[in-house]
Structure formats: structure tokens, C-alpha cells
Design a protein around this ligand. Sequence first.
Ligand SMILES: Nc1ncnc2c1ncn2[C@@H]1O[C@H](COP(=O)(O)OP(=O)(O)OP(=O)(O)O)[C@@H](O)[C@H]1O
Ligand SMILES: [Mg+2]
Length: 224
Amino acid sequence: MAVSRLTVFEFRKVSHTFGENAGALVLEDISFEIREGECVGLTGPSGCGKSTLAQIGAGFVTPSRGEVLVDGRNLTSTPSRAVALIHQELDLFPWLKVEKQILFALQKADTSRAKELISLVKLSGFEKYYPNQLSGGMKKRLALARGLAINPKLLILDESFSSLDSNLKYDLYRDLRLIWEKTKTTILLITHDSKDLQSLAHREVKLSAGKPTRIVEIVEMPAL
Ligand SMILES: Nc1ncnc2c1ncn2[C@@H]1O[C@H](COP(=O)(O)OP(=O)(O)OP(=O)(O)O)[C@@H](O)[C@H]1O
Ligand SMILES: [Mg+2]
């Protein structure tokens, strides 16, 4: 499973403190890069700062120190849709049907692309359903399609499937693997459970438990 050597995304010496001077240092000196088409897993115990790093990677939070680079350029100077973040709560619009959610993300009336994305996440036939008419797993797949719709340089999944029972969770990781094979989307997969990475990730970035959080090690995963 060849991955390009081209770096598309990089955390460079990122440190973060919430609040003004008095705040505690949450993340310290986080540096790693993600290559084009690669899936990197990010793991660490609850509260260590994974979601904070996801928010920084998506440009929603500015790090106290360090930089985020997309294609070698600071995230603040790259198009706002360069990174897609899907978190646990999904943020689906309750008032929009499946197809409309995708069209909204596409920002144009490209129904054939919407159809393609809906089929990619196995939601064909459910175009006219509202989110509350979908199962938990289907909602996750809709969120995935919405993330992919913007054709991001990097797709960040922050514990996106964690709330599901384990069978459904592993089904979704398998689906994500198949989607990755078709799209070769560059992915940062965040989870507290390293087992979630088994069928997908090329490398695992492990964060420490003690504060401030640092990278413990970066492990190459067995060839997929
Ligand atoms: N907006 C905020 N203001 C102040 N502190 C915050 C804020 N968001 C997160 N924190 C703190 O930063 C630390 C890291 O939180 P974060 O949510 O990033 O951890 P996490 O690794 O994603 O945890 P989990 O596995 O439970 O999702 C925690 O101590 C948390 O209380
Ligand atoms: Mg989190």
C-alpha cells in the first residue's frame, strides 16, 4: 500500500495553553508530519489534548506556539476548507435531508457528485431522510460523506465512531478503509484505543499521559 513521500500536513513545534498567562500548558512541542494519502493514528489517554490538537489542526484554535502547515504553507494562509474535522457530535443539520447536507457541503448544486458520495458511504436510497431518521452508524457515514465533499487536504476524525457499540464501530472502520482505498484521502484518525487503528493506519503517534502532553513515540504500523 504505497504512500507518497510528499508531506501535505505538519504540526511544527506546537504548544498550547488555554487562557492567558495563568493557564496550564496542555500540549508541548508536538511535531509530526502526514504524507499525502497516509492515515496517521493519534492516540493518548482521555484529557491529554487530542481534541485540542484536532481543533488546532483544523484551524479553529490558534496554538500558543508553533505552526500548522498545509502544503508547506501556514494554515492561516491556506483556503479555509483545506482541513475537514469530524468529531463525535457530528454537527449534522437536523433540518436538512441527507442529499441536502451533502449539497450544502459541496457549496454547489452538483447532484451527480452528491450521488457519488452518498453511494461511497452506502447511503443510497436514504437521500430524502432527515438525520433523526437514520441509525447511529448511518449518521456517522453521512458525516463522513460531508467531510469528504469538501475534498480536503486532510480529513481529521476525532473519536468519530467511539460512541458506537464495538461491532458497529469496527464495521465503520472497515468501511473507512474501503473508502480510503477508493479515494486515498489523507487522514488523521484520533482515538484513545490503539486497536481502532489496526486496519487502517500507517503510523501511530502516541501522546503521553502526564502534563504537559508530549509525543511519546511514533510507531510504524505493520504493512497493511
Ligand atoms: N476550551 C478549553 N478551555 C480550557 N481548557 C480546555 C478547553 N478545552 C480543553 N481543555 C483542557 O485541555 C485538556 C485536553 O482536553 P482535550 O479535550 O483536548 O483532551 P482529549 O485527549 O481529547 O480527551 P478525550 O479523550 O476525553 O476526548 C483537558 O485538561 C481539558 O480540560
Ligand atoms: Mg477528545
